[in-house]
Design a protein around this ligand. Structure first.
Ligand code: HEM
Length: 409
């Protein structure tokens, strides 16, 4: 699968983050782009898209909500004004990530208690059981797939349970996540539109059921929430449920997968973490920095000059937090994955007003997933005869991870 524009032949003049080669070779591609003498690349694809590569620029754009709007944060061929039936500002399709100030602050604030450490920490034992059950299911096979059989399941099950959606629909959720984040630039495809309508109807049905039968879960929490003394509009509730489902799945699954990929390809780090599990939280922060999964986007509000380039109204600007994390000006030996790194103020969870709300949950899932995998499989490596495949689009992570288990406990 490639983008509607076809494969990239020159990354410096015609890059496309939706080309399958982008995520696969991301670090070499950034090097090529930087070496071409331009820390902010441009492509005509998607009606004009910019890719700033330094921490300074990513930071500046993330904080500048006057010039850069979040009306849509996933690059596509269509701009929000061209999407039929799109929910208009200030709510947007997935509040608070698609909302700008001043509406954004209230839409964000109401979610914070649901993701506080007090709410999230008690989920640890449930996650440990889930991870152990997934490993039990692998039996005593020598060859396992740590993405298909492990990392992709953990966040889906947790988030479905938190929202109050049926766990047996996990496959559907993964399909819809891929629909939103995977096939970039494909919005006019009829099959894709039909799937979107199915997703919309599914959420509508389950929210309506929660209206009739309130329970102790996130959907009922949202239905009960107020902003400025009023209950949330139905499109606000549905957009936030959609956001939590999408944001909570692909991101963490990718983070777990990249961490395990690192451990499969770095025997020294693997051994050190097996022998010193107390080092895992610090190592996880380094995996988040070095393999940050999430790049979000902004739209230029009106024509503006930015670091010497002329951006036009409604141009897309990618915010590659992963590239900001590999900037030498911000991190010493930025391209070295160093699990002893102590000073690590990485941008994997974003910068500015939209910084990730789910970071407590994501960190817990990552820590438990890595800890349990290493406990049960103290030694493993890539199964060289099969290829590791990577996601396409704005969330980067391995989609298949063929491993050979060398020892188990
Ligand atoms: C490793 C896992 C994760 C990573 C790397 C990550 C990364 C990010 C990033 C970079 C942003 C900023 C987006 C922007 O500036 O436009 C963000 C926002 C957000 N994330 Fe996460 N995320 C992760 C997991 C989660 C989880 C588990 C949830 C919840 C279930 C979640 C919910 C959200 C929400 C609601 C926002 C929007 C916040 C706002 O607009 O104020 N994320 N995330």
């Amino acid at each position: 699968m490639t983008t509607v524009y076809g494969p990239v032949t020159d990354w410096a003049t015609d890059f496309d983050h939706g080309d399958p080669e982008y995520n696969k070779n991301i670090h070499q591609i950034w090097e090529t782009l930087k070496a071409s003498g331009c820390p902010i690349a441009h492509t005509e694809r998607y009606g004009g898209t910019w890719l700033p590569l330094t921490h300074e620029m990513v930071h500046e754009i993330a904080y500048d909500t006057d010039h850069f709007t979040s009306r849509n944060v996933v690059v596509g061929q269509l701009k929000p004004s061209q999407v039929e039936g799109a929910i208009p500002a200030p709510i947007g399709g997935a509040p608070p990530i698609t909302s700008d100030p001043p509406f954004h602050a209230g839409a964000r604030r109401l979610l914070l208690p649901a993701f506080s450490p007090k709410k999230i920490d008690p989920l640890r034992s449930k996650m440990e059981k889930m991870c152990n059950d997934l490993i039990d299911k692998m039996g005593d096979r020598e060859h396992v797939d740590a993405a298909l059989e492990y990392s992709q399941h953990i966040p889906v099950l947790i988030i479905a349970e938190m929202l109050g959606l049926p766990l047996e629909d996990a496959d559907k959720f993964r399909g819809w996540v891929n629909l939103v984040l995977g096939n970039i630039g494909d919005e006019r495809n009829e099959d894709r539109m039909a799937q979107f309508m199915e997703f919309d109807a599914y959420l509508h049905k389950h929210i309506a059921d929660h209206v009739e039968n309130p329970r102790d879960d996130l959907i009922s929490f949202l239905l009960d929430s107020e902003m400025d003394g009023h209950k949330l509009l139905p499109e606000h509730v549905q957009g936030t449920v959609l956001l939590i489902l999408i944001a909570g799945i692909d991101t963490t699954w990718s983070g777990i997968g990249s961490s395990l990929w690192h451990l499969a390809t770095n025997a020294v780090d693997r051994r050190r973490l097996v022998e010193n599990p107390e080092m895992i939280p610090q190592a996880v922060e380094e995996f988040l920095r070095a393999y940050a999964p999430v790049t979000m986007a902004r739209l230029v509000r009106e024509d503006v000059e930015f670091h010497g380039v002329q951006m036009k109204e409604e141009d897309w600007v990618l915010l590659p937090f992963p590239a900001a994390n590999r900037d030498e000006a911000q991190f010493e030996n930025a391209d070295t994955v160093d699990i002893d790194r102590e000073e690590n103020r990485h941008a994997a969870f974003g910068l500015g007003i939209h910084r990730c709300i789910g970071s407590n949950l994501a960190r817990l899932e990552l820590n438990v997933a890595v800890e349990t995998f290493l406990k049960r499989f103290p030694d493993f490596e890539l199964n060289g005869s099969e290829e590791v495949t990577w996601s396409t689009g704005q969330v980067r992570g391995p989609r298949t991870l063929p491993f050979r288990v060398l020892s188990r406990s």
